[in-house]
Write a protein that binds this ligand. Structure first.
Ligand SMILES: [Fe+2]
Ligand SMILES: [Fe+2]
Length: 430
């Protein structure tokens, strides 16, 4: 068993122990008494947990998306309304049923159940100890308890989940938390206030909750639309990039290979996921500006100086196209500089060394390796895979960032099979 797997099993085992302890303590302290009203509320809340897990809200943040389930707000409300024993039973039941409906694997169901059961159970224990039912809900003391309860619930639920994810992607917990801070902020700022409103209504006038529903449905559809628009814009841009690749038969799948190498380098550098996505997206679109360059110039085996100048314009045209779309703007700078060289002899701005954006430096290596190792109009002989790697090494410190070259050689060698499959048959025998 690998070290990572061992750590994951150990984490799940500890979490289960923690959950069973919380459950045992709750059962020991709080009896299982149900009134008629409780039963109606419990059925409504249970159905809402299952329903909201089935229809998560997709929140687009930049070009990334995060799936949010309103069930977090509902389980938080359950923790407030019912005693800890009842709370645990309801949220565990809700989680298991919705995980089965959404066809999750058994170990995920186990983890989710223990995680949500523990977080919600402890939050409910906290409420039963500190919430004062004699004072109004909106009294400073009780509001303070509710807000602190939200913080406890959020911290417990996200801690084990992020710990597990950081084991899986092999990153330190803290940096993983920081990387995902924008997703966390959206969750905290939307779901917990909603939970607090739900609590208030359930406590004083449960029917009022029905009036929340239309707004929630409207928000759901608005976000869903936004997500679709982002996806469609991405697809349109990728389609243009593919047209560019196909303008010259030589460069079919060029963009795909460049993106594969770029992503592998970003992963090896352990860049934050959002930065990796940004750079890979730029890699997918790096030559998009060639759409405005006449085909006869692109196909020339020996372009003259004027024609070379026209070809060089593709970086600026690419930047212009991408920067018109507000969500993709960050990638525009990376595209502009993907032909700069480490020693300052590249184009369009002759940037040197670390003046060149990191993403552009990475794409430059991936792009050049692919150009060297695939057939091109302007060159008779193609370099073999190993010759390409040697050439990268030879150009470290002049054309390429020397620190990145070492990493690139390592990851390109690892991706050899995958890349060769995407190259021409002539290369597959090498
Ligand atoms: Fe280019
Ligand atoms: Fe390229």
């Amino acid at each position: 068993m690998k070290k990572t797997e061992k750590r994951i099993y150990l984490l799940v085992f500890l979490l289960l122990l923690f959950f069973l302890f919380t459950l045992a303590y709750s059962v020991y302290k709080f009896k299982f008494i149900l009134t008629k009203n409780d039963i109606v509320f419990l059925i409504i809340l249970l159905a809402s947990i299952i329903f909201s897990d089935k229809y998560p809200v997709i929140i687009p943040i930049g070009t990334e998306v995060s799936e949010l389930s309103v069930s977090t707000a509902i389980t938080f409300t359950v923790a407030f309304l019912f005693n800890p024993t009842l709370t645990i039973i309801v949220v565990v039941l809700g989680t298991i049923i919705s995980d089965i409906i959404t066809k999750k694997k058994w170990y995920k169901i186990l983890f989710n159940t223990a995680n949500i059961g523990t977080a919600t159970g402890i939050t409910s224990l906290f409420f039963s100890k500190f919430y004062n039912p004699i004072l109004p809900f909106t009294s400073p003391q009780n509001l303070g308890v509710v807000i602190f309860g939200a913080a406890t619930h959020f911290f417990l639920e996200s801690f084990f989940l992020y710990l597990l994810l950081s084991f899986i992607v092999n990153r330190p917990l803290f940096s993983f938390y920081v990387e995902n801070i924008k997703f966390i902020a959206v969750e905290v700022l939307t779901l917990y206030p909603l939970g607090i409103v739900l609590m208030y209504f359930f406590k004083y006038n449960p029917l009022m909750n029905a009036f929340l529903l239309p707004s929630l449905i409207a928000v759901y559809y608005a976000l869903q639309r936004r997500y679709v628009i982002i996806q469609e814009t991405k697809n349109a841009l990728f389609a243009i990039a593919e047209v560019v690749d196909k303008k010259i038969p030589d460069t079919i799948d060029h963009t795909k290979r460049v993106a594969i190498i770029t992503e592998a380098i970003c992963n090896e550098l352990q860049l934050p996921l959002s930065q990796t996505n940004e750079i890979v997206l730029a890699a997918m679109l790096h030559d998009i500006g060639k759409i405005v360059i006449p085909d006869f110039i692109l196909k020339k085996s020996d372009p003259n100086d004027d024609e070379m100048e026209v070809i060089h314009l593709h970086v600026i045209e690419g930047e212009k196209i991408v920067s018109r779309l507000s969500l993709f703007r960050k990638g525009a700078v990376i595209i502009r500089h993907h032909h700069e060289k480490w020693d300052g002899t590249g184009y369009p701005d002759h940037l040197k060394g670390e003046e060149i954006p990191l993403g552009s430096r990475i794409i430059a290596i991936a792009d050049s390796f692919d150009a060297m190792t695939t057939q091109r109009y302007y060159r008779d002989r193609v370099k073999s895979f190993d010759e390409g790697l040697k050439e990268l090494k030879a150009c470290a410190g002049t054309q390429f960032d020397p620190n990145l070259v070492e990493i690139a050689i390592k990851v390109i060698s690892q991706k050899r099979e995958e890349l060769l499959k995407l190259m021409y048959p002539i290369l597959q025998s090498q």
